[in-house]
Design a protein around this ligand. Structure first.
Ligand SMILES: Nc1ncnc2c1ncn2[C@@H]1O[C@H](COP(=O)(O)OP(=O)(O)OP(=O)(O)O)[C@@H](O)[C@H]1O
Ligand SMILES: [Mg+2]
Length: 379
């Protein structure tokens, strides 16, 4: 007996894009209360080592065993009509060892209740993987760098002091040299201060924080200091709930981002500070727990954009496109945001650069209890 031919449940997606997509992609539809594969692309066939025709109409989570609450995610994506991101999930196809993947679920507006599921193995999702690698490398390297910085600062203070004493008995012409020693020593001390700050391993002291208070503090410092030549505009969503964060560390984040935006345009320009609430982005924290990041802050400038040569590595330490830049500003930002289980990314073209920071909401538990739990978690 020949098996009945299985028909596609929805019309195939316009061929070229679907076939060219280098990431395994599945269209999911509901049939008899079960989530089935309505279609899949060639990358998905390769990933599953099974042909498309054998996958159509199969219950998707029988074929793809995913170490994440997928049924809940599917229901939520349909209900909220919003995409959902799940990182670092182990995906097993039955044929081989589980593969660590980043998943995206998105409703397809034009096709009723259909959902698009993208399964990006970690090599494909390089950006996310790289962020984790930077985090691990930074942890080991920064402790040592901070210790070294501390040790070097003491003798430097001695050198600067001795140069100042020497200068007292010198003629003005010779004093130029001792002034140079003092100025250069100060510059090195400032650099070492930054290295020390970067190596600070203390966990954030998190509590419910009104992010607009933090942004206002950053904005006020900026307009009277390093961004006096810029025009700053805020576009705040006043209904934003509180962030679960360390106000001082978050202040440092936004100061660094505003400073970069101002330094990118020495002749002036505009910086917009925007806040928004948007569900959908979820990450796994170091302990494998699912963290939702619905609070977003965008720092937008209309400057020349990231220099293309370093655009992919600006969050790494000592990567700078400025003559006197140490390249530690964004590395520190990235470190703080990741200690907050948050996410930062940058989208930059000439005339429009956006740094977007996404953060978790403060829990509804009483603050005393919640902060005790956090201290324990992050120790
Ligand atoms: N808004 C921006 N527009 C254009 N380029 C930017 C922007 N933000 C960062 N950059 C680029 O990214 C580089 C790295 O930034 P980062 O803050 O890490 O270091 P830095 O500003 O060079 O030095 P530091 O902040 O340690 O003094 C900058 O040198 C600059 O080339
Ligand atoms: Mg900087």
């Amino acid at each position: 007996m020949t098996p009945a031919r299985r028909k596609p449940i929805v019309a195939p997606v316009p061929g070229m894009i679907w076939s060219a997509l280098p990431v395994p992609a599945f269209l999911l539809a509901q049939r008899d209360g079960c989530e089935v594969i309505a279609d899949c692309n060639p990358a998905a066939e390769l990933f599953m080592s099974v042909s498309r025709s054998a996958l159509i109409a199969e219950p998707v989570f029988d074929r793809l065993s995913i170490d994440a609450p997928m049924e809940e995610a599917v229901t939520r994506a349909r209900h909220n009509r919003a995409p959902i991101f799940i990182n670092d999930a182990e995906v097993c196809t039955g044929e081989r060892a589980p593969v660590l993947c980043n998943l995206q679920l998105a409703p397809v507006e034009e096709a009723g209740e259909t959902l698009l599921l993208l399964v990006a193995p970690r090599e494909v999702a390089g950006r996310l993987g790289r962020a984790q690698a930077i985090k691990a490398a930074a942890k080991s390297a920064t402790g040592m760098a901070a210790m070294l910085a501390h040790e070097i600062k003491n003798p430097l203070a001695g050198i600067a002091g001795a140069a100042q004493l020497l200068s007292m008995g010198l003629k003005p012409a010779d004093r130029e040299l001792t002034d140079l020693i003092v100025a250069e020593t100060r510059r090195i001390v400032a650099l070492l201060d930054q290295v020390e700050q970067f190596g600070d391993q203390r966990p954030p002291r998190r509590q419910a924080v009104n992010i607009h208070d933090v942004l206002e503090r950053a904005r006020r410092s900026a307009v009277v200091g390093f961004a006096a030549h810029m025009s700053l505009r805020d576009e705040y969503d006043p209904s934003l709930p509180t962030v679960w964060g360390d106000a001082d560390q978050l202040l440092q984040v936004f100061l660094n981002l505003l400073k970069n935006a101002a330094q990118a345009q020495p002749d002036g320009g505009e910086i917009r500070i925007r806040t928004r609430f948007e569900r959908g982005l979820r990450l796994r924290d170091d302990r494998g727990r699912d963290v939702s990041l619905p609070l977003h802050v965008d720092i937008i400038d209309d400057g020349p954009g990231l220099p293309p040569a370093i655009a992919d590595s600006v969050f790494e330490p000592f990567v700078s496109g400025r003559e006197n830049g140490t390249g530690l500003g964004l590395a520190l930002v990235s470190k703080i945001i990741s200690a907050h289980d948050g996410w930062i990314e940058c989208d930059s073209v000439p005339g429009h650069t956006v740094f977007s920071v996404s953060l978790p909401m403060a829990p509804s538990a009483p603050p005393a209890q919640a902060s005790a739990a956090q201290t324990k978690e992050t120790d």
